[in-house]
Design a protein around this ligand. Structure first.
Ligand SMILES: [Zn+2]
Length: 174
C-alpha cells in the first residue's frame, strides 16, 4: 500500500511534540464516505501532514491535500473533474467550553481562519477519518463544469429536415 506508514490514529499532543510529518498517496477508495459523493473511485489523494505546537502551545496539524476527483455536474449530469488543492490547519483546544470561547473571539477579531477542534477524550484521532473530513469540506458545494458541453437537442425529424434529405440522396448515389 502506498499509504504505508500512515498511523491508524494519533494523539495530537504526541504528534506535535514529535514534529510528526508524513506524506504519501492514499487511494481514493480508502475514503468510504467521500466515495459516495463521487462517480469514480479510482486514483489517489496526495496527502501531507505536519504536526507542530502553535505559538500558544496548542497542538496543531497542517494538512495539504491534492487530488483530481470525479463528481457529477449538477447542470448537465456528466462527470466533472474537481481539482482539490487544499491547505488547512487544525488546532486542538482543551474542550468544548474553550472552543466556544475561541470561536467567539475569532468572530470579534476577524482573525485568519483557523479550525479549532475540541481534544477528544481519550486523545486519539483516527487519521483517515480526519483527512476525509477535510477532503469533504474542500469539495465544491455544487460541482459544475465552468462551461457545460451540452448535447444539441434533437427535435427535428429526418423527414422535414432539408439537410437530412440531401444526405439521403447522397447515400442513394453510392
Ligand atoms: Zn456540466
Amino acid at each position: 500500500m502506498s499509504s504505508a506508514g500512515l498511523p491508524e490514529s494519533f494523539d495530537p499532543t504526541v504528534t506535535a511534540r514529535e514534529a510528526f510529518a508524513w506524506h504519501g498517496d492514499v487511494p481514493v477508495s480508502d475514503f468510504t464516505r467521500l466515495v459516495d459523493l463521487l462517480v469514480a473511485k479510482s486514483g489517489v489523494v496526495k496527502v501531507q501532514l505536519q504536526a507542530a505546537f502553535n505559538a500558544d502551545r496548542r497542538p496543531s496539524m497542517t494538512l495539504r491535500l491534492s487530488a483530481h476527483l470525479e463528481q457529477s455536474c449538477q447542470r448537465c449530469l456528466q462527470p466533472v473533474t474537481v481539482v482539490i488543492d487544499h491547505e488547512h490547519k487544525v488546532t486542538w483546544v482543551a474542550n468544548e467550553t474553550e472552543l466556544e470561547r475561541l470561536d467567539a473571539l475569532e468572530e470579534d477579531s476577524n482573525a485568519d481562519m483557523v479550525e479549532y477542534l475540541p481534544m477528544p477524550d481519550p486523545a486519539r484521532v483516527l487519521t483517515l477519518e480526519f483527512v476525509e473530513d477535510e477532503l469533504m469540506l474542500s469539495l465544491p458545494i455544487v460541482p459544475m463544469h465552468a462551461d457545460c458541453a451540452l448535447p444539441i437537442p434533437v427535435d427535428e425529424t429526418a423527414d422535414d429536415h432539408p439537410f437530412a434529405a440531401l444526405a439521403q440522396l447522397k447515400t442513394l448515389k453510392h
